[in-house]
Write a protein that binds this ligand. Sequence first.
Ligand SMILES: [Zn+2]
Length: 517
Amino acid sequence: MMRSRETENMTLDWHVCSRARLSRDPRFDGKFFIGVLGSRVYCRPICPAPTAKEKNVRYFPTAAAAAEAGFRPCLRCRPECSPGTPAWLGTSNTVSRALRLIGESGLQSGGMEVLAERLGVGARHLRRLFIRHLGATPNAVAQTRRLHFAKKLIDETMLPMSEVALASGFGCVRRFNAAIQTTYHRTPSQIRRLARQKTIQPENQYIFHLRFRPPYYWDGMLAFLAARATPGVEAVESGNYFRSICVDGMAGYFGVSLDEEHNSLRVCIQFGEPRFLFFIIERIRTMFDLNADWTEIARTLKSDPTLAGLVDFAPGLRVPGCWNGFELATRAILGQQITVRHATALAGRIVETFGRIFPGTGPLTHLFPTPEILTEADLTGMGLPRARGQAIRALARAVCDGRISFEGIVESTSFLQKLTEIPGIGRWTAQYVAMRALGEPDAFPVGDAVLLTTLNLASPAELEFRAESWRPWRAYATVYVWNIANRVTVLGAKRIPQSRKRVPIEDTGHADSMLNA
Ligand SMILES: [Zn+2]
């Protein structure tokens, strides 16, 4: 039985916060903020400024809570650069989903009434939940995010202030100026002059550093993405991940690499409309699972002796997300019953035939085809089984006529139910989509063949029983087992049993056809 998450109260553990603050522990960055009474400034646990006495500090669960209590963001540790509130609080699903929606909406707030309605709760109830778990109202949380993003754009880009105001959701320059002045006691231009070294970027190109809570197993993430990189749309080259993107009909691309020294990913974005930067950055954060609270996840996984070995072997593995849910679901269908390599080649062929040409240089030559195009696409010549082609077209149709939307999902159960109504999409594929497109930390590919063979289990029922102790992080446990299945390794004295025949990861999609039969 799942515990009721809404009834638990979020209280910061004073001892934990104090220890993390005194040791400047980056694993706690973004999990709480420190208000310093004398200076009325709030800081990240890693702030390089001299540590204040314990009696002179207050702890807050979020930056918004510190701001509501009258503290200003520190100009040294820059709270706007912290990894942010953990994606899954483990205390309230409603609050986690609300935060996700605030992220997806690109800061264009439709008001808290709209947010509450989409979440299926009353506005007053939502407000109470926010105050209990985050220490601030939904409006305060959204306002802090706008301010933080504005500060990031002021510091890290050369965008004119009028563009910064719009891109950070302020609507007009006057409101933006007033908010910055009130918060920082400085004008936007004064803040920009304070910002450290800045190199001039080509037009429409931006470089951002997105922080995470260490450790981060970048090689594992990159290996997973490299094996599945759709030719023309994605590429992995010398430690970098690249892909073409399309937002609101406009094409662009981004590249991501690891900056280990600063516990961050270095992201280079080429996009013509700064108003979509917030959306793009949030999507990249989700795709690379940067909001994960690694320490918390590892604690649960280590209760399983086999997983404990895997976690120690590769600390910091994340669940790879995706740029676009439709694209991911299409890839998942393509991968059923064939090897990852074969599926990747098929995807490349479909992209070459149906994708829009991407006017760039290097390995990115196309945009992934839209649902509109794939609805009508004749996939018979592509070399995939008829049934897969039909499933992809049915999925595309469902997206086009609005039966299925991969954006703004608040309730994954009903979404996944609708997804499995499409012939050719079974429980395994749906759970795979939940893992990678919805970021559900407890999603679990039922009956997965690699999990079964690697863990030496006899039946899907046995697997489900075993996975009970992995909750609420079954997706992470799954990625760990997949990771190890791809590289034979020794765990202490005991070798993880390997299957006689190597089963490629997405081949496990064949569980679908059995379940659907
Ligand atoms: Zn500070």
